[in-house]
Design a binder for this molecule. Structure first.
Ligand SMILES: [Ca+2]
Ligand SMILES: [Ca+2]
Length: 158
């Protein structure tokens, strides 16, 4: 029987789909970035508040206890101070998620607003590749999530 050479892409796909032996389950970060929706619906992204709020990052308290997020930060890969979201008084319940939207709005128990404005330069999450970072108030990196694809609009970081 003759074996046909597989196209490289098929080989790559097979490798990507190969089951990976589960390593020792690593402890989840207490506050985990679960999803970044980095390409706001619509094209081109017009920088309006609704569009800015169409991009967001969702964080989850993976623990069994409420966590006071005051002083915790969410940031992107730039080192810009205006690209750092700092939580004010806010407690995230055990197992709960909070969505941090880029634009302006009224904070709720489940949604917080970065408060950015200024059109197309106000977006935080790059449309192809970027990294989200969560730091606790002492500056310790608690979780990060990188993505690199313009084919989809969001990344599942779990
Ligand atoms: Ca878009
Ligand atoms: Ca960015």
């Amino acid at each position: 029987m003759r074996s046909l050479p597989l196209p490289l892409s098929a080989v790559a796909l097979a490798v990507a789909l190969a089951p990976v032996a589960p390593a020792q389950a690593a402890a989840l970060p207490a506050i985990q970035i679960v999803k970044i929706y980095y390409n706001s619906p619509g094209s081109p992204d017009n920088g309006a508040n609704a569009s800015l709020n169409g991009e967001w990052a969702q964080l989850k308290n993976t623990t069994r206890r409420a966590i006071n997020l005051r002083g915790w930060t969410l940031r992107d890969k730039t080192n810009r101070p205006d690209h750092v979201y700092r939580f004010g008084a806010f407690t995230l319940g055990a197992g709960k998620t909070v969505t941090v939207r880029t634009g302006k709005g009224r904070d709720t128990a489940t949604t917080r607003y970065w408060g950015r404005a200024g059109g197309t330069f106000a977006y935080i999450w790059n449309q192809t590749s970027d990294t989200g970072y969560v730091h606790n108030p002492t500056g310790k990196l608690v979780d990060s999530c990188s993505y690199n694809s313009s084919r989809v609009e969001w990344v599942d970081c779990r």
